[in-house]
Design a protein around this ligand. Structure first.
Ligand code: CP
Length: 371
């Protein structure tokens, strides 16, 4: 048994609300499961039926480009039915409470909510209130947490650097208002990074920030020394209640990442940013588009990581490292590298005979379908 709302009675992921309280083993399982899905993007048909028959509702009460789209793509690739609630045209705009919205969607036999909300704790609240069979994934709540962003960033770091234990990571910018920073710090410390360093003006750091398990610098040129991973953050002006900076140009002069400043970090340092980026405010275009930038790789990896989290929360994820392969199009040049006994999604796919007895058939007219 566990008292962590995120885990079921067997200690498996049920909701994904925050990195806090999750073990290194579970975070590693998410990364390993995502690894199983990562290659799918190169296939012509990018689908597996792991969430076939499940209904997922994207409930985004705040704007999003990357998170909402990659959650939708991930759900689609898992063969779920996806509803994107348009909050602006929903009954929320007529005064319906969050709880009433949830109750009404539950009545439509929903299996999962993916929630972004301006209030910290919104996803946690829904997870507490919703029916027991429903999973809730936090797609960013206020200044609190953005756990899938942290995990796709961990995935990207592991892909390039392999091992966390020797890594020094700098998180630079508006730490105070950043849910991404909080989740990154928790994930990096849980996965055993050698050092997490935050670099920011005093006005953009939370009180007692050291208690989060970080070293602090207020000087970018000093703070970048020996750094392997440079994570830039946007100034979250929409969350600033007062003027915390003299001006954006002053901020860029002191804390903006330029090619010259990046040279202070290790020569093979990578540059990350969760997006959206503000060119000329926290990062120079030459760095954002330069050879050390992995910003778009982060976006791509969001699909595999979100597939992993959704499949794990629905208890349908393949065992890490034992994924039975994804057969897409006969003749697909990637198919030969996949192990046998995979999952077939193409009508008329001649590999169908190799499906396991309890397999999932999607071929019209196939008489050997699921018993
Ligand atoms: N990184 C991130 O959350 O981006 P979006 O706001 O576009 O989803």
């Amino acid at each position: 048994m566990t008292d962590n709302l995120q885990l079921n009675a067997e200690g498996k992921l049920k909701h994904f609300l925050t990195i806090e309280g999750l073990s290194k083993a579970l975070l590693t399982e998410i990364l390993d499961t995502a690894e199983s899905f990562a290659g799918m993007s190169e296939h012509q048909v990018k689908k597996v039926p792991l969430l076939r028959g499940k209904t997922i509702v994207n409930l985004f009460f705040e704007n999003s480009t990357r998170t909402r789209t990659t959650f939708e793509l991930a759900a689609t690739r898992l063969s779920a039915d996806v509803i994107n609630m348009n909050i602006a045209t929903s009954a929320t705009s007529k005064g319906e409470s969050l709880l009433d919205t949830i109750r009404n969607l539950e009545a439509m036999f929903v299996d999962m909510f993916v929630v972004r909300h301006a209030l910290s704790g919104a996803a946690h609240f829904i997870a507490q209130q919703t029916a027991p069979h429903i999973s809730v994934i936090n797609a960013g709540d206020g200044q609190h947490a953005h756990p899938t962003q942290a995990m796709l960033d961990m995935f990207t770091i592991r892909q390039i650097k392999r091992d966390f234990s020797s890594l020094r990571v700098a998180i630079i910018g508006d730490i105070l208002h950043s849910r991404v920073a909080r989740s990154e710090i928790q994930a990096l410390n849980t996965l055993g990074a050698a050092e997490v360093r935050v670099i920011a003006p005093k006005t953009l750091l939370p009180a007692h920030v050291e208690s989060l398990g970080v070293n602090v610098s207020h000087n970018l040129t000093e703070g970048l020394k020996d750094i392997d991973v440079v994570m830039m953050l946007r100034l979250q002006k929409e969350r600033m209640s007062s003027a915390l900076l003299p001006s954006e140009s002053e901020y860029f002069k002191c804390f903006g990442l330029t090619e010259e400043k990046l040279k202070i970090a290790k020569p093979d340092a990578i540059v990350m940013h969760p997006g959206p980026i503000n060119r000329g405010v926290e990062i120079d275009s030459k760095v954002a588009d330069g050879p050390q930038s992995v910003i778009l790789k982060q976006v791509s990896n969001g699909i595999a990581v979100r597939m992993a989290v959704m499949a794990m929360a629905m208890q349908t994820a393949p065992a890490p490292g034992r994924f039975s392969g994804i057969h897409t199009i006969p003749g697909d040049r990637h198919a030969g590298s996949l192990p046998a006994g995979g999952i077939h999604t193409i009508p008329g796919d001649r590999h169908a005979g190799s499906l396991p007895a309890n397999g999932i058939h999607t071929i019209p007219g196939d008489k050997s379908g699921v018993a």
